[in-house]
Design a protein around this ligand. Structure first.
Ligand code: ATP
Ligand code: MG
Length: 415
């Protein structure tokens, strides 16, 4: 992509109304736009990164036999009344609206009810199980606090996967597969080393659920880490003696840390299948409620967490796998025929080699271009200026380390 065609502008100053580092930097770099508190738009660069994160999650969900769907945002109160979750005293984050005839509708804050009701038209026998269904869909939540930037939005994309199993034993097997997939995801987006499988409170069917918590000072949660076991406890279960028996963790040797909940996995059991009439006939022809689980990840929260962990004083620093582009090609002489020709040629060479390149083909001062390039955080910058024309070698600067290399065109293309 040519930067002259990119409509977004960068800003020198962080927006005055934003306290979270992730939102300050992403707004400054033109990745997102703030509509209002807790509501953000993704602009071309931000959307590229968001889509890379979504792509990685999708690959891992497909690898464990997930089937992708896209359910509606508008939700029928009837199914929520069946599960007892329409009431604002039960779910305190509802956004509700009305049809012209006065009937109420909800904007989905999660999709257990909708999907369970839907699956009852497709699951009838033990032969129809297990099934694993997921989506990337907007959730609407009237969150009280919205000061963590894109990590806590009132409208946000969630990857939500739901599992439908015969019994708790086959459920448990899949649950561990999801745990493995989640670990792959956090590793691939570059936050694996800081992310812990964390025991948290579970709800009606299992004593505990698991959260994936990424250690970060900007986190809203407090966790206690056992670094040898690579496990953690959420503060909410810290004083529960049973959790130490279950996990083999020693309360005395845990370290406290602030963390961001980037994902969670949850055993639902028959809580929703019983309420919404999702059952199957077993081998003997008896009717049995389907055993369920739900598994969430917020791609936007993940993107915010990556920014919180990797950004430096100059701006964003994207890990390769989620960077909007892998190369920032910066030309330092759009008015110099030789430089322009060399930069144009390298741009088409790189694009033809299948590399994602952002080409700064604008007529601006070098200093201005470099400051902006640092802010955008693309993993490496290739500079084409007088020097490259004279020597035939291009300067490559690694964004994360500042390391500088010189490479010829041929060397560049073989790497
Ligand atoms: P939290 O305790 O942080 O509010 P939650 O328990 O409400 O999270 P879930 O309902 O299980 O979270 O949602 C699944 C995932 O969706 C979370 O792990 C997180 O990654 C993401 N998520 C939840 N709420 C938000 C939000 N307001 N903005 C962005 N992402 C969110
Ligand atoms: Mg919440």
């Amino acid at each position: 992509m040519r930067q002259s065609k990119l409509f977004t502008k960068t800003r020198r100053e962080p927006p005055a109304d934003e306290v979270a580092k992730n939102a300050q930097l992403l707004v400054r770099a033109g990745y997102i736009h703030k509509e209002m508190a807790g509501v953000y738009d993704f602009l071309p660069l931000g959307l590229r990164t968001l889509n890379k994160i979504i792509g990685i999650i999708r690959e891992e969900m497909n690898a464990i036999d997930g089937e992708e769907v896209f359910l509606s945002t508008l939700q029928d109160p009837k199914i929520w009344e069946k599960s007892g979750r329409w009431d604002d005293d039960v779910v305190d984050v509802w956004f509700k609206t009305r049809l012209k005839n006065g009937n109420e509708l909800g904007l989905g804050n999660t999709h257990e009810e909708a999907l369970t009701a839907l699956m009852s038209e497709h699951i009838a026998s033990y032969k129809d199980l297990p099934r694993y269904v997921y989506q990337f869909q907007n959730k609407f939540r009237n969150e009280t606090r919205a000061k963590s930037g894109i990590m806590r939005a009132r409208e946000f994309i969630m990857k939500d996967l739901y599992s439908f199993s015969k019994d708790s034993a086959s459920h448990n097997e899949f649950y561990e597969k999801v745990a493995g997939a989640y670990e792959n995801i956090f590793e691939r987006v570059g936050i694996g080393a800081k992310t812990y499988r964390t025991f948290a409170s579970g709800g009606s069917f299992s004593k505990y659920s698991h959260e994936y918590q990424t250690v970060c000072t900007a986190g809203e949660d407090t966790i206690y880490i056992d670094s040898t076991k690579r496990l953690a406890l959420n503060k909410e279960v810290y004083d529960d003696t049973e959790v130490y028996a279950v996990t083999g963790m020693d309360k005395e040797s845990l370290t406290e840390a602030k963390a961001i909940e980037v994902g969670n996995i949850f055993t639902l059991g028959t809580r929703f299948s019983e309420a919404l009439g999702l059952s199957y006939k077993d081998v003997e022809g008896r009717s049995v409620p389907v055993f369920m689980g739900s598994y969430g990840i917020g791609p936007g929260r993940l993107m915010g967490a990556i920014v919180e962990l990797t950004a430096d004083e100059k701006g964003l620093v994207w890990p390769e796998a989620v960077a909007p582009f892998s190369v920032h090609l910066v030309s330092l002489g759009q008015t110099d025929d030789e430089i322009k020709k060399m930069a144009d040629a390298l741009y088409s060479d790189l694009v033809n080699a299948g590399i994602d390149v952002l080409y700064d083909d604008r007529d601006l001062r070098a200093g201005e271009k470099f400051v902006e390039s640092d802010l955008l955080g693309i993993p490496r910058r290739i500079v084409v200026g007088k020097n490259a024309v004279a020597t035939g070698a291009f300067e490559i600067i690694e964004r994360a380390t500042g390391a500088v290399m010189k490479r010829s065109r041929a060397e560049l293309l073989t790497k």
